[in-house]
Design a protein around this ligand. Structure first.
Ligand code: NAD
Length: 436
């Protein structure tokens, strides 16, 4: 099938490459010339395991190309739109500028029978509005929310756990659903759940899923706050409640909280949209989820201050991790970087390291010092803050080795990823999040 993918960021670039890998003829389109140049050379413009191989294979096969020219979308049977929907400046609502611009640029190239499949995460009601603009072309608008996880994006795109598609009622919607089923044939053939529904449900599935995940994380972080004043251990608590299969242990990792380009802005946009719909009370809890999450960043910073005797001024602090989570170089709303910036603002000499995200972090926060190498980052440090649980820090960093490099013996484990007993027995003062 001939496919266009509009927007080649974390979502779109992977989607384009994945579609080519399953045999489709794909053109990826983006307004960012640098990104398109890199992708055209077969280089991933960001870190995503497996993507470079997929790009190389796609370009080599001739089935995958990239351009800034939207006219290249002409002739494709299905057009995936995966441009960004960031938080509006100074507001909680989603900024739909890019979705609107991408759709407007695509309209002249749509033919009757084409399918537009929106993948961006949008406020409920967006697709119905966009459909009125697509209708005069004879094409059909569908909404196909994306659930990929950065770090596992290739696998999640080729072999998703479910596919959701919002379609208009009637024959056009049925035809569009059939076309999308054919696009995702490897997943559909192996029986992956394929949920065809209306626009509003498809849009809501995505934000509801993210709201649930964010709530689960903030739930355990709220328990961490209670654990901190009672002497309880939130990691044992999570293990114990996680054995209940109705609850489950995943997403019950207490720590410095969630971040990234999705969860924070998605729960805020959901709350803003609910307010527009006159239903703000239905998701008021999301404000609390957000507040708990942000308090954990304060808590991590406070632990560093307390551990250093009440002030970080003039102290050297190594921050392990800059990405919002491991296996990604994405620093959007990263708790790690947020903590690093605050410590810097309090007069600490902060050195940040990350296996993949230093370049991105430096671009956003050039005022911080960076080290590409973990050992260089911790050398002479008075305290270490583990903020992103890369294996390099959680598994492959022995306390005895750390002791040979640092000045102090203080570790703040912002992800509860280290073994307290191992670090303490090596002479370190260990502080976790919600554990004694
Ligand atoms: P991103 O910022 O990495 O990528 C967006 C891309 O769109 C950029 O490359 C930008 O240059 C391009 N773009 C902007 N306007 C354009 C236009 N008019 N025409 C063509 N290209 C244009 O963002 P992302 O992380 O890929 O997210 C994209 C969407 O997918 C968002 O709505 C996000 O919420 C959603 N999403 C992201 C993920 C994820 O893990 N990153 C997962 C699920 C859903």
């Amino acid at each position: 099938m001939r496919i266009s993918v509009i927007g080649c960021g974390y979502l779109g670039a992977v989607h384009a490459a994945a579609m080519a890998s399953i045999g489709h003829e794909v053109v990826g389109i983006d307004v960012d010339q640098h990104k398109i140049d890199a992708l055209s050379r077969g280089e991933a413009p960001f870190f995503e395991p497996g993507l470079p191989e997929l790009l190389a294979e796609g370009i080599e096969s001739g089935r995958l190309r990239f351009t800034t020219d939207i006219a290249a979308a002409a002739g494709a049977q299905i057009h995936f739109v995966g441009v960004g929907t960031p938080q509006q400046a100074g507001r909680y609502a989603a900024d739909l500028t890019y979705v609107n611009a991408a759709l407007d640029s695509l309209l002249p190239y749509l033919r009757p029978g084409d399918v537009v499949a929106g993948k961006s995460t949008v406020p409920v009601g967006t697709a119905a509005e966009l459909a009125t603009r697509v209708a005069p072309t004879g094409a059909t608008l569908t909404w196909n929310p994306e659930f990929l996880r950065e770090g596992w994006a290739v696998q999640d795109t080729i072999d998703p756990d479910r596919l959701v598609l919002g379609v208009p009622s009637g024959a056009a919607g049925e035809r569009a659903a059939q076309l999308v089923r054919e696009v995702f044939y490897p997943a559909v053939d192996k029986g992956t759940p394929f949920i065809v529904t209306d626009y509003a449900t498809a849009e809501l599935v995505k934000v509801a899923a993210n709201a649930f995940l964010a709530t689960k994380i903030s739930f355990i972080n709220a328990m961490a706050e209670i654990a901190e004043v009672t002497g309880a251990d939130v990691t044992q608590l999570a293990d114990a409640i996680g054995h209940d299969e109705r609850i489950g242990r995943r997403f019950l990792g207490a720590g410095i909280g969630f971040g990234g380009g999705c969860l924070p802005k998605d729960i805020r946009a959901f709350a803003a949209r609910a307010e527009e719909l006159g239903k703000h009370e239905s998701v008021t809890f999301l404000r609390e989820v957000d507040a708990i999450n942000l308090r954990r960043r304060d808590r991590a910073v406070q632990l560093v201050i307390d551990a250093l005797g009440g002030s970080v001024f003039g102290k050297r602090v190594a921050v392990l991790g800059a990405a919002f989570k491991p296996h990604s170089d994405d620093v959007r709303d990263s708790p790690a970087l947020d903590a690093a910036v605050r410590l810097h603002g309090l007069g600490a000499s902060v050195v940040v390291t990350d296996p993949q995200a230093v370049e991105n972090a430096r671009r956003v926060h050039p005022q911080l010092s960076y080290a590409l190498d973990r050992d260089d980052a911790v050398r002479y440090a008075d305290a270490i803050l583990l903020a992103t649980e890369w294996d390099e820090y959680r598994r492959e960093f022995a306390p005895a080795h750390a002791s040979s490099l640092t000045h102090g013996r203080i570790v703040i484990d912002g992800r509860n990823a280290l073994d307290p007993a191992t670090w303490r027995s090596a002479g370190w003062t260990y502080h976790g999040m919600g554990r004694p």
